[in-house]
Design a protein around this ligand. Sequence first.
Ligand code: NI
Length: 281
Amino acid sequence: MYYCDTHGHLDLHQFDADRAAVIERAAAAGVRIIIVPAIDLGSCRRVLALADQHPNVYAAVGVHPNDCADFDDGTVGALRRLAQHPKVVAIGEIGLDYYWRKVPPGRQKQVLTAQLALAAELGLPAILHSRNAAPEDRACTTDLLSEIAQLGPMIRKQRPTGAIIGVWHAFSGDLTEAWRAYDLGLALGLGGPVTFQNARRLRALAPSLRRDRLLLETDAPYLAPHPHRGQRNEPAYVPLIAQALAGLYHMPVEEITVQTSTTALSCFGITREGANLGEVR
Ligand code: NI
């Protein structure tokens, strides 16, 4: 049995002092695959260097909605070149963020469209971010889903039949939004918040979510699970997330772990041999 952290920002400065130790601790905790999504071009290069150094680290290249003010055709060209690296398994982290609004929403949408088109061109899944302005305001999610409805079919055409076309990371929507996402071919990523006793809405919703479209993620260094809440998060904490979900689903943690890891491998096109998982039970 092994875990996958499908979303950990190990290139960020919070890990500068002990990055190698963090990756070692993850391996010791059974986290055999870590996908590190980039947030801008500089981040892409750092993430690829990490993937070169560490066999269990995989990369996603993309520009985050909060960092996309300077995005242009040249950025698309650079991402296209960076995506040729053999350990790039997705385009991400891309999406929309109406909470911080560091970039006007119309501009964010243009950038998202361009990056989804690149995902389609390259046959790669997308790692998606959506943050609404307020819990009761779903505009950001509505816009994200309509972008996926338009460009998702292009990605789907380039992917193996039935393949997941992307993951909606740090899912915080409702059941209607979850099913809309499933219909569009997305998986949902869940992390630290499922361990928060006061995350009542999410914890009540989780057991209704499709287990075959579920991915585990830390979003490290953010959103550390209980009992590390408020501290720096790291991939070694994925087992705490699996345990919390096992409790919510009333099923053995092994089952959740095996199923979510299998989904992660197929979503990101990672083979057991490629990831050197052959000898793992
Ligand atoms: Ni992220």
